[in-house]
Design a protein around this ligand. Structure first.
Ligand code: GLN
Ligand code: ZN
Length: 757
């Protein structure tokens, strides 16, 4: 039994690459020093993998920013506007990743998108009509040679041609098919080069094969690989997939001249079924993604042994692999000093997953697996329940009925009641929740953490900030106010800390994009609300104004999606447990006199299954009801808002309406308010606040610009349903931009009102 991984974290166990890159961006270190840090990280990871006994060690999985961007540079698909800056290769790369503003010019970065169903984001390659796809880069080869110098004949990893073309945005009139020959030529040349360098295997990643494929897609895929594989030149090719199953192209995968096929048996619902029903081709090796690459729990060796045994009936050789790159889990448990051993023994980050692969190799290679120490220990670990559980929470979730998930009275009736209660003007103005997290806010939080000030002192400070924030909003003339969210730095961790059932890591960083990492909390047990989470801040803020003060919470689906989830109970069950806790908070806020409550679902769309056929049953059928459960208990006159950080919900528009909020605000300005037509066509019922300006940019929108956005909204949506607001929270902005921007927003709304008489 041999073992393989698909990729390894590249940011460094203490985020060394992040810090070095940021220093480089600030001009504090030069390229040579950044490269040195990068090399140290790579060599350390390589050593760890070598020492673990891993058989297929990847190389080229490293990136300074993102793998899709690396591939664009490798294939000469660099938009002209970046080349025209005349920067070094590395700086051209960073210009495409982050934008460039300086003496050589002013260009925006490439677009960034979520990487399949993960919280990682890739840079969207842009292919211009004039692009000449060819193999111009050398990095994968350099990295292969670098590892070889350390005595490792690695398995180079390359993002595949099909996925690359599917992810790319074609800026002219050409399409992926127009680039088939050129792309295939470049990849085939690449294989040839690796053969010359002495590589035995090359891993080509094709995650897009697990998404819905049309007949045209399948033709593109086969067309590419018939050509690419003709250039193998003796090197073996592993076609690696992950994040799902390959139901649309399994036959083609088997038929084409690949030497290995990597399938995901963790997230691939039908992977095993495909192998059972269709068999596995002779002469090829099955790389079985059995160790979960995305979550942080110790594997169940018995289960994996069962799977590998079953696969052995079909494949001549099976290599044990992770289900996806380990990029999606933190580096190592070694830097966790605060988690008790009783927790740690259940966890496996990237380094520990290497240990698991090694142990499983021993188990699976043994004549008598049941007698191995490794298996015995693993069985012992899993033989007892990890947690006691909270019977009260479980009972409450189990007792939920359809009726609990429906708010009464129906929307139209509530809308009438609320219009009467609040008496808001047309085009009511509001913000999404947070106000600038200025240096003083961060400093106070840091001082509290370091024990330099007391909790009372910090809370006093927060109250002062709230008071200033309320006064500012009154002065600007906004209609529905917020408290500013100074008590939290994060939408999930803050709530996690107020909930029973969560644990937190110190250094469990996972790359989100470029130099940005997130530290997802871990859902350890049954969730319940330990104490009120936001009530005191909202109540204090409301006491300072006669205008309505919005309570501000994060919704259950977003909290779940931005955490490492449990695997011993379903996502649905966890979502409802969290919903129960948030519901208690909602009811407490209502009881304390808060009349408008916003429950953010910033990440609702993120975990939408990759295949449309799975959307309902696997996700929306519980995610939407879980949200409804949060607010179904409030009185008709209490107004529920929700917020989403994107507007790509055209294809789930009915579901968004089914969340049954009274008002939804969302990002729309960057997409030119295109979603409005969809809202109109679908007869969207929920009142809407499509963001009228982009808060991700430091520029100040003019009154005219905002008024134009309102006019556009007005032409599609009944004015009685429209709200006016920025497109997301203001926490990353400064007051210099925020205050004039909001003044312009209020002025534009006034003008729109006057016009409406
Ligand atoms: N209420 C949050 C804020 O304003 C929403 C943040 C978000 O959508 N990402 O910061
Ligand atoms: Zn947002």
């Amino acid at each position: 039994m041999r073992t393989s991984i698909i990729g390894y974290p590249r940011i460094g166990s203490l985020r060394e690459l992040k810090f070095a890159s940021e220093k480089y961006f600030r001009g504090e270190i030069g390229a040579a020093e950044l490269e040195k840090t990068a090399k140290e990280i790579r060599l350390r990871s390589l050593r760890t993998q070598q020492d673990s006994g891993l058989d297929f060690i990847p190389s080229g999985d490293f990136s300074y920013y993102d793998g899709a961007l690396d591939t664009a540079f490798l294939l000469n698909a660099v938009p002209e506007r970046y080349r025209a800056l005349g920067l070094s290769e590395l700086d051209t790369y960073f210009a495409a990743a982050r934008g460039y503003q300086g003496e050589k010019g002013d260009v925006k970065a490439l677009a960034m998108k979520k990487w399949y169903n993960t919280n990682y984001h890739y840079m969207v390659p842009e292919i211009e009509d004039s692009a000449e796809l060819e193999l111009t880069g050398t990095r994968p080869f350099d990295l292969f040679i670098e590892a070889k110098e350390q005595g490792a004949v690695t398995k180079p990893v390359i993002l595949g041609a099909y996925t690359f073309l599917k992810l790319a945005r074609f800026t002219g009139t050409k399409t992926a098919e127009d680039f088939l020959d050129a792309a295939a030529g470049a990849y085939s040349q690449l294989l040839g080069r690796f053969a010359e360098l002495g590589a035995e295997w090359v891993q080509i990643d094709e995650p897009s094969l697990v998404t819905d494929m049309t007949a045209g897609d399948v033709a593109l895929f086969t067309g590419l690989y018939e050509k690419i594989l003709s250039g193998k030149n003796g090197v073996k090719v592993l076609l690696q997939t992950y994040f799902g199953d390959v139901r649309d192209c399994y036959d083609e995968l088997c038929r084409l001249d690949f030497d290995g096929i990597g399938l995901d048996f963790t997230e691939g619902k039908r992977s095993l079924e495909l192998v059972r029903e269709k068999g596995f081709p002779k002469g090829k090796i099955l790389f079985a993604g059995a160790v979960n690459g995305k979550n942080i729990w110790r594997s169940d060796y018995t289960k994996i042994a069962g799977l590998i045994g079953e696969l052995g009936k079909y494949a001549e050789e099976t290599v044990l692999s992770t289900s996806c790159s380990l990029l999606h889990v933190p580096c190592t448990l070694a830097n966790e000093t605060k988690l008790p051993e009783s927790c740690k023994k259940y966890l496996a980050f990237a380094e520990e997953k290497l240990e698991e692969l090694a142990e499983l190799k021993t188990v699976l290679s043994s004549q008598r697996p049941e007698e191995t120490e490794e298996l015995r220990r693993n069985i012992a670990l899993h033989s007892q329940p990890r947690i006691a559980g909270d019977p009260a929470v479980r009972a409450r979730v189990a007792a939920l009925t359809e009726k609990d998930l429906v708010r009464e009275p129906a929307f139209a009736e509530r809308e009438r009641i609320q219009k009467e209660r609040f008496g808001l003007p047309l085009f009511p103005t509001t913000t999404i929740g947070s106000f600038p997290q200025t240096a003083d806010v961060k400093a106070s939080r840091a001082a509290l953490r370091r024990g330099q000030i007391t909790k009372e002192e910090h809370e006093k400070f927060i109250e002062e900030k709230i008071a200033q924030c309320v006064a500012l909003q009154e002065e600007i003339g906004l209609d529905v106010l917020v408290h500013g969210e100074f008590e939290r730095n994060d939408m999930v961790e803050y709530f996690g800390q107020c909930l029973e059932g969560y644990i937190f890591t110190e250094n469990g960083w996972v790359q989100s994009y470029g130099t940005r990492c997130v530290k997802p909390p871990v859902i350890w047990g049954d969730i319940s609300r330990a104490r009120p989470m936001t009530v005191r801040w909202s109540v204090y803020a409301q006491s300072l104004t006669k205008k309505p003060m919005k309570g501000m919470l994060t919704g259950p689906v977003t909290i779940l999606n931005w955490s490492f989830p449990r695997e011993d109970i379903s996502l649905k069950e966890s979502a409802f447990q969290i919903a129960l806790a948030i519901r208690e908070e909602v009811l407490d806020l209502e009881k304390s006199g808060i009349s408008i409550i916003q429950v953010d679902e910033a990440a609702l769309r993120e975990k939408l299954p990759l295949r449309r056929a799975d959307w309902r049953e696997d996700y929306l059928d519980w995610a939407i009801p879980a949200f409804r459960y949060v607010h179904s208990g409030v009185r008709p006159e209490t107004q529920i808002h929700t917020h989403m950080c994107y507007s790509e919900f055209a294809d789930i528009i009915r579901d968004i309406d089914d969340m049954d909020a009274d008002v939804i605000t969302f990002e729309a300005s960057r997409s030119d308010l295109r979603i409005l037509d969809v809202l109109k066509e679908s007869g969207f019922r929920t009142e809407v606040g499509p963001g009228v300006y982009d808060i991700h940019s430091p520029r100040i929108p003019s009154k005219e610009e905002i008024k134009a956005a309102i006019d556009k909204m007005k032409s599609r949506i009944p004015v009685s349903k429209l709200w006016v607001n920025p497109d997301c929270g203001l926490k990353t902005r400064g007051n210099e931009e925020t205050v004039p921007s909001l003044k312009n927003l209020v002025a534009a709304a006034k003008e729109a009102r006057d016009e409406n008489g």
